[in-house]
Design a protein around this ligand. Sequence first.
Ligand code: LMR
Length: 348
Amino acid sequence: MNSLKVRQITRLARNFGTTTKNNFKVAVVGASGGIGQPLSLLLKRHELVSKLSIYDVMRTPGVFTDLSHIDTKASIEGFQCAENLPAALDEAQVVLLVGGVARQPGMKRDDLFNKNASVVEEVTTVVAAKCPKALFAIVTNPVNSCVPLAAEILKKKNVFDPKRLFGVTTLDLVRSRTFISEILKVAPSKVLMPVIGGHSGITIVPVLSQCKPPLKLDKEKTKKLVERIQHAGTEVVKAKDLDGGGSATLSMAHSAAVFTDALLKGLKGDCPPVKCSYVASDVTECAFFSTALKLGKNGVEKNLGLPKLNEDEEKLFCAAVEQLKKDIQKGVDYFKKKNKDDKKGKKC
Ligand code: LMR
């Protein structure tokens, strides 16, 4: 009898010890925009989200009320105006930044930096103050420069944890799988491959030689496919020009939700999901680089490093590294300049 009791107690204790958490607060910043709305919808339906906090500078009440009628588990909070951003992010475990302006035809992602840097600055400052342990994922473009800028701000506030800051590059993989599945005539879910580097033009390096199932294309077709993947965002921008303008919103929301799902599963302690994301890294000469990551309870558990590259991919990789160095420097320089200006403005 006694031994049974002990066994029961032990089992109970073990269960407590391994109990996984299913309830996470996720905040979407920029929730009323083209990406923010579908992303918020997808997260409202996510089984691991118990509280969804949505924030935007305008149109939040409508989006909030609309989402609040959906009969899923996540409770919803809505916030508008900069003064309420701290409340929106308070104790969030995952923060997704999707706000800022989108590309128009003829623009590169990099052209958005001067407009979107101030959004990144404002939101990162509040992340540092209200939820420094949150996993912070940036979708706002140009990701290649916005993530280094956010890192500088977090460093200045003494809360930078390289395991918790992410640039979302999932859409590059989502597109690659879709295009390849059409060529191979298999389900997109069957296509596995890494897409490394950054999230813009030549910094996007799809490693087609590692594709499973194998993709056997001649050099010319491979080149065309790589270029399509690298410039797929522009394909959407051009198509949307006929229809009011803007860039990818639905496929980006889907991709951000796929990435958030992996972050949440990692936080929960599920079998660690592997995803490529643009993070602080020492895998290459670039201070930030996207490679496959094992995710866990504290964000990045392990950087799986560079995949094997063939000769042509080596060339793509080198071009990506050169461009990325400049993109990263742009984020860092903005921070330095801003800091200098702030000091100048300070009066004793
Ligand atoms: C995309 O890849 O579609 C997004 O980064 C938006 C853009 O400007 O291309």
